[in-house]
Design a protein around this ligand. Structure first.
Ligand code: RFL
Length: 407
């Protein structure tokens, strides 16, 4: 719902061409693109700078996304410090199967923890490009989005006073738990949802990686994943019932289960360590259509959530941000509205493609734990096909890397 604007002559009113709600990868990238073109914007963020710079999440970034950051002057640290991954490994039936996706596509993945990317993006936006970012804001509200004079307002954390920012556009980048999505008129917005009925225990272990690549354990007891984050920290996943209590998973139970589900002949032992994050994710997806209403443009998880099955969410957030940042600059500096007009359609093609791949991959990860011998049989057939059919392998590699020529 969009509220009428507070009085424009109020002493706490400011003006900025763009207000960005949310300082995640999407919002900060848009802010940086705008500042590089000398377009002012204000980024509003409910959390503190320290919080967003340390919030652990993604790690796998696709090559086109890194190129997009590089073209916008945002990949210096990433290119110097990220690991390059060219292979992954499937483990099933007690055996290991290496999948060298770079040999099939000439593309690779980068691994760079999301908190490091967010740290780079905040520093560049606020400290280098002179961007305005307000941390710790409360009760953000959007007003008059259907007019050509929209505004955003929030409660200032220091004074408790409502501050108003008049603008031309609002970028809703406040993630899956944000409020901008709710500003879309209910009769206009359609939210397509998919619930996998599966939980993942997401773990961060203070331990070096146990393998030199991403490992997928496909096991009758449930899926397990291993993903390097840095030389000191490794992410693991364990399939569990949705809504499970992380406290049900003691240190010993976690490592016993990981050893069982990731075990395979010739596999090196897991390097164990203290668990520094342990949370249950109920795996679900959604897509909001359209992504645009009046002067509000949604980007990233605010617009579409893709469960972390195929490590796609941050990549999609960056894709939206490149398109929206460039389109806002074109409109505000040259009066060229084509990018904004085509924004939703351009984003949604990649979004739906990645959603479909995640669903396909979910069937592979979770099939053998379904207790259904037919599903187990077809899942294992799909898996074997990746290692016997070059055409199937190439197709998988292209989707896993997001490397299709066009969407
Ligand atoms: P974010 O990162 O959630 O940022 C939104 C920001 O908005 C703030 N906020 C508000 N600010 C102002 N007013 C409000 N009312 C607000 N409400 C919220 C929040 O504090 C936050 O700072 O959204 P963005 O920018 O769209 O980025 C999306 C990505 O963060 C997300 O898709 C990825 O983390 C998903 N994901 C992965 N994606 C990948 O591409 N590769 C991966 O390897 C990968 N691994 C993962 C993941 C997500 C995970 N979790 C926790 C769901 C692994 C995990 C475990």
């Amino acid at each position: 719902m969009t509220l009428p604007s507070p009085h424009p002559n109020s002493p706490s009113a400011h003006r900025s061409p763009v207000v960005v709600v949310g300082a995640g990868p999407a919002g900060l990238t848009i802010g940086n693109v705008l500042r590089a073109a000398d377009v002012d914007c204000v980024v509003l963020e409910t959390e503190s700078r320290q919080f967003i710079e340390t919030r652990p999440r993604a790690g796998v970034i696709e090559e086109w996304a890194v190129r997009g950051l590089q073209q916008r002057g945002l990949a210096g640290n990433l290119l110097a410090r990220a690991q390059v991954h060219t292979e992954c490994e499937f483990r099933f039936g007690g055996e290991r199967y290496r999948f060298a996706y770079s040999d099939l596509t000439d593309h690779h993945h980068y691994v760079y923890p999301q908190p490091l990317l967010v740290t780079d993006l905040v520093r560049e936006y606020a400290d280098v490009r002179g961007g305005d970012i307000r941390f710790g804001v409360r009760d953000v509200r959007l007003h008059d989005l259907d007019s050509d004079r929209p505004s955003a307002s929030y409660l200032c954390p220091e004074t408790g006073q409502r501050q108003v920012i008049h603008c031309d556009f609002v970028a809703g980048c406040d993630g899956a738990r944000g409020m901008t999505r709710d500003a879309l008129p209910a009769q206009q917005a359609r939210i397509a949802r998919h619930d996998y009925g599966i939980g993942w225990l997401a773990l961060l272990a203070e331990a070096p990686p146990s393998a030199d690549c991403v490992v997928f354990g496909i096991h009758p007891r449930g899926f397990a994943g291993h993903m390097a984050r840095s030389p000191e920290v490794t992410r693991y996943y364990l399939q569990c019932p949705p809504g499970d209590d992380p406290e049900n998973w003691t240190h010993d139970r976690v490592w016993t289960e990981l050893r069982a589900r990731l075990g395979a002949s010739g596999a090196p032992p897991l390097t164990e360590g203290r668990l520094i994050e342990k949370r249950v994710l109920d795996m679900h997806d959604y897509v909001v259509e359209p992504l645009v209403s009046g002067r509000l443009f949604l980007a990233g998880d605010a617009a579409h959530l893709v469960a972390p099955i195929a490590a796609k969410g941050m990549n999609l957030a960056l894709y939206d941000a490149f398109l929206l940042g460039d389109a806002l600059v074109a409109h505000l500096t040259k009066g060229d509205g084509a990018g904004l007009d085509g924004y939703a359609r351009a984003c949604l093609r990649r979004v739906w493609d990645y959603q479909e791949f995640s669903q396909w991959l979910s069937d592979i990860y979770h099939g053998p734990a379904s207790d259904d011998p037919f599903v187990t049989g077809t899942t294992l057939a799909r898996l074997r096909r990746l290692f016997t059919s070059p055409a199937a392998a190439r197709s998988f590699a292209e989707q896993y890397l997001g490397a299709a020529d066009a969407y």
